[in-house]
Design a protein around this ligand. Structure first.
Ligand SMILES: NC(=O)C1=CN([C@@H]2O[C@H](COP(=O)(O)OP(=O)(O)OC[C@H]3O[C@@H](n4cnc5c(N)ncnc54)[C@H](O)[C@@H]3O)[C@@H](O)[C@H]2O)[C@H](O)CC1
Ligand SMILES: [K+]
Length: 551
């Protein structure tokens, strides 16, 4: 599981590595950082030998990395054109030291150093240099960036993007593309045509651990292929838990918790999943949630829908045990007692997809939440019906997973959409602090937050082909089924596993059908292939090893 740090967490990591107990000399980390960029980018630029490389060095330590990069490129046979955007005095001691070393290597043929002072001639010279080079190294701003880009940086960034757009220039970003906010992925100039956008990189070599802005949109769009190099940071700093923790979900994390089934298991072993949802015109949502649960290994699947919806569901999914409830086309308070009674035999209960927003359905929902004891997965209309009901939900939060998309989250929490998008991890954590549920904030990317630790788990998978009605209904069923899967240690683990599997299945559909047009049911049907892939990558437990191995 990769840590996703903020700029402040990176500064603390640096401080501890350099000035705390580990006492690594700052110049050493900067040396390692610069060397990492040259090494990791070599393949991407098809070798450095004979290349003309522009290195744009900002006035902070990101720029210092650039001085180191220049030296290593010389050793690999490149010609370097170094633009120094800071004054020598403005640099840290380690950056100044590396600049001094580079100055000793400066010559007319292979190592030109330009102390950039904006003038018409200087802009024209830079433009021509970029246009005649094959690679530009963005060592302008790293984790120290904030706000919006200002002159002359803003004009330099626009120039780099303009020349790169003509296809002749490869852009390598140092640590993070200039203009991307390391904490939120927000970018300089977003929403302001006048301001410069961020650097659009083909590749980013980031140091120590990932920054959140490399995985969150729109920053992710600017980062290209991201490679993370530990640059020799002490391991406890790379893997240690952070107070305000955020982590990127990886295949190995999911593989670990999807415990293989023991050969002597039976349907009762794998949980009784109940889905109580749907309404007159939304039978499909109920069926998609059912499919998601079945494809994720539910042992038994009960589907309870309003009486008038039942005819449209019965027999549509043979494996689901369907029954109509009440007499109408939506759930009412009078239907609660029957569901509460039945829930004694259920391992988990999911509600919401296509449930409708009638007031008496809200009464039904609150009655069921208050009088059941099994884990609950609440999605879609269930969330719309619970908008503002924080004080009601919080006491039950420990057994509730909520799965809103951004608009539902805005209605539920009362937060404006723009504020959520500005820092979705912070918004998600604050919500969980108050509502005390496990939150799955669906989006690009999806963020899961644990009520126990308030740590956030970001899922990198999925694609735009999944942006269609019904995908969330499938996920609801998957979350319910994973909540009762043997290997799950918590509702948060189950939610992470379901979200990861859902997006991996969506990526299989993307590869199979194309960038969009595949159906939610096809995503559900691809889930077993993902589970098999995970199992194939894991040594078989003794119980499942073939009794007779090939002679
Ligand atoms: N362990 C590590 O990760 C290491 C990281 N290194 C590199 O150090 C930078 C962070 O260095 P820092 O000096 O803190 O910040 P920057 O270089 O990003 O630049 C800050 C500099 O820029 C000015 N600034 C801020 N916002 C703007 C803006 N909107 N427009 C213009 N200028 C802006 C600010 O005033 C500062 O002066 C990290 O990213 C790594 O690349 C170490 O080299 C090795 C260890
Ligand atoms: K940069």
């Amino acid at each position: 599981m990769q840590k996703l740090n903020t700029a402040a967490q990176m500064r603390l990591m640096d401080q501890t590595a350099m000035h705390g107990q580990y006492a690594i000399a700052p110049a050493v980390l900067m040396e390692n950082a610069g060397h990492a960029v040259v090494t990791h980018a070599e393949t991407a630029v098809h070798g450095w030998q004979g290349k003309d490389v522009v290195i744009l060095c900002g006035k902070g330590n990101n720029g210092g990395d650039g001085f180191v990069i220049a030296r290593h490129l010389l050793n690999r046979g490149a010609r370097v054109y170094v633009y120094v955007l800071g004054t020598v005095e403005s640099y840290s001691p380690e950056a100044r030291a590396h600049l001094h070393t580079l100055q000793e290597l400066a010559d007319e043929e292979t190592c030109l150093i330009d102390y950039f002072a904006p003038s018409d001639k200087a802009w024209d010279r830079l433009y021509r240099r970029l246009s005649s080079s094959q690679v530009v190294i963005d060592a302008i701003l790293g984790t120290g960036f904030h706000g919006t880009l200002r002159m002359p940086v803003s004009r330099i960034v626009n120039m780099v993007n303009e020349v790169a757009a003509s296809g002749t220039l490869r852009v390598i970003a140092v640590d993070i593309p200039t203009g991307v906010n390391a904490d939120t992925g927000d970018v300089s100039g977003s929403g302001d045509e006048e301001a410069a956008g961020p650097v659009f990189a083909d590749m980013t070599v980031t140091f120590g651990v990932w920054k959140r802005g490399l995985l969150l949109y729109p920053g992710r769009t600017c980062s290209g292929v991201v490679v993370c190099d530990d640059i020799g940071m002490p391991r406890p700093l790379l893997t240690g838990r952070e107070d305000d923790g955020a982590y990127m979900l990886e295949e190995s994390d999911i593989s670990e918790v999807l415990a293989p089934r023991s050969p002597d298991s039976h349907k009762g072993t794998h949980g009784t999943v109940a889905i109580v949802t749907g309404s007159s015109d939304m039978a499909g949502a109920a069926l998609m949630a059912a499919r998601g649960a079945l494809r994720s290994g539910a042992g038994k699947l009960f589907l309870r829908v309003p009486a008038r919806t039942a005819p449209y569901c019965i027999g549509r999914q043979a494996e689901a045990m369907v029954r109509g409830v009440g007499t109408g086309d939506h759930f009412t308070a009078a239907d609660a007692a029957e569901i509460i009674e039945e829930s004694r035999n259920w391992s988990v209960l999911a509600m919401g997809p296509g449930m409708g927003k009638q007031e008496d359905t809200r009464m039904f929902l609150k009655e069921v939440i208050a009088h059941t004891s099994c884990p609950l997965v609440l999605d879609a209309d269930a969330l719309n019906l619970l908008a503002g009901e924080r004080d009601f939900i919080a006491p039950y939060g420990g057994r509730i997973i909520m799965t809103p998309h951004l608009a539902e989250f805005s209605r539920l929490s009362g937060l404006p959409l723009a504020d959520i998008k500005k820092d979705c991890i912070a918004a998600a954590k604050q919500f969980v602090r108050e509502w005390q549920v496990t939150l799955v904030l669906k989006g690009a990317p999806t963020v899961i937050v644990s009520p126990r630790t308030l740590h956030a788990y970001v899922n990198p998978g999925g694609n735009a082909g999944m942006a269609c009605g019904g995908m969330g209904d499938i996920l609801t069923g998957m979350v319910a089924a994973l909540a009762v899967h043997d290997g799950m240690t918590s509702l948060t683990t189950a939610a992470c596993a379901a979200v990861w599997l859902h997006s991996a299945a969506g990526d299989i559909c993307h590869d199979t059908y194309g960038s969009y047009g595949f159906l939610p049911m096809e995503v559900a049907d691809a889930v077993p292939r993902v589970i098999t892939r995970l199992e194939d990558s894991r040594p078989l437990p003794v119980l499942q090893r073939p009794l007779v191995t090939e002679a």
